[in-house]
Design a protein around this ligand. Structure first.
Ligand SMILES: NC(=O)c1ccc[n+]([C@@H]2O[C@H](COP(=O)([O-])OP(=O)(O)OC[C@H]3O[C@@H](n4cnc5c(N)ncnc54)[C@H](OP(=O)(O)O)[C@@H]3O)[C@@H](O)[C@H]2O)c1
Length: 284
């Protein structure tokens, strides 16, 4: 597998965020790639179904060999927006929609395969047999090279057992969202060789005031001679399930700086002190 340990997320690169031009996106892709990040996270809906297309144009301009990068995309959320006449937000995992969505992503990203295809969110109307048959068909046709889910609980992953190999679950995981550490999700994934991709790895750290966590993160940033954001990511990397952070920055310098997290090895007692600062109490 050609997946870099840090994945660059594109959700905010386009119309949902900073609205980068394809030239600016090329700069970001090239810089990330030259520094060791070859993996890019997409979803059909990003930018109201527009960001994959701009990225695809940008990627072509970089001249990077397609085989040397790892493209992830997701589908299933039907999102009312300018581009599509959808009446109410809902999920669609029908055979027809899965195939159509992969074809759209391939066209937009200007490629003939996705390295990884994820179901974006669980739906109460998921038909596991229909999904498994369709994904197995897409794998056989080499339209996708691996399959995963996103935001799935243990029981939702269990439903696929014996029908379809789940290689990834992309989950909301950070020092300000520890649910998957305590609700059994990460243990289940470790036991079943499902790789966790952690989206929003900085969580609410820069968005809300959390003086208790900030004080401890500042303290250990000094000890490990790194920045706060590098420490937050290195804390996730220490988890034994082998977390792959999906970072969301739209800035070249921050994408490149994130790689510094991989060089930090937080000592066990420091790791627990940071956990304690996040949770607000000692482990039992
Ligand atoms: N599967 C899902 O359901 C799902 C849901 C959400 C996201 N995702 C994926 O995960 C990716 C990352 O999500 P995210 O954007 O929430 O990740 P994040 O990396 O936790 O947050 C990125 C945000 O933090 C800011 N930031 C980064 N470093 C900073 C610093 N040192 N100081 C202050 N602000 C800083 C960035 O601003 P700048 O751009 O200015 O650096 C950006 O606004 C998305 O792009 C998407 O691919 C998946």
């Amino acid at each position: 597998m050609n997946l870099s340990r840090i994945i660059s997320g594109t959700m905010n690169w386009g119309a949902w965020g900073v609205n980068h031009s394809s030239d600016k996106m090329s700069e970001l892709i090239l810089s990330a790639f030259n520094n060791g990040i070859n993996s890019f996270d997409h979803a059909d809906i990003y930018g109201g179904y527009t960001t994959e297309k701009t990225f695809g144009e940008a990627f072509l301009k970089t001249g990077i060999n397609r085989e040397n990068v790892f493209f992830i995309s997701k589908c299933g959320i039907m999102y009312p927006c300018e581009k599509l006449p959808i009446k109410v937000k809902h999920y669609d995992y029908s055979e027809k929609h899965l195939i159509q969505s992969v074809e759209n992503s391939l066209k937009n990203l200007k490629t003939d395969y996705l390295d990884c295809f994820l179901l974006h969110r669980p739906s109460p109307l998921m038909n596991i047999s229909e999904i498994s048959n369709t994904i197995n068909y897409l794998l056989k046709e080499n339209k996708i090279r691996s399959f995963g889910v996103s935001n799935f609980t243990v029981s939702q992953m269990e439903m696929f057992k014996g029908k379809l190999k789940i290689s990834f679950n992309q989950i909301n995981l950070s020092l300000t969202n520890l649910d998957s550490i305590f609700d059994g999700t990460l243990e289940y994934m470790q036991a079943n060789n499902i790789i966790p991709m952690a989206y929003s790895p900085l969580g609410q750290y820069y968005k809300t005031d959390n003086p208790r966590l900030k004080k401890v993160v500042d303290l250990f940033s000094k000890k490990y001679n790194c920045s706060d954001d590098q420490l937050l990511i290195s804390w996730l990397i220490k988890l034994p399930s082998g977390v792959y952070p999906v970072i969301g920055t739209t800035k070249v310098e921050r994408i490149n700086k994130s790689l510094g997290s991989l060089k930090i090895d937080i000592e066990k007692s420091d790791w627990f002190e940071i956990l304690e600062a996040s949770v607000g109490k000692r482990v039992p």
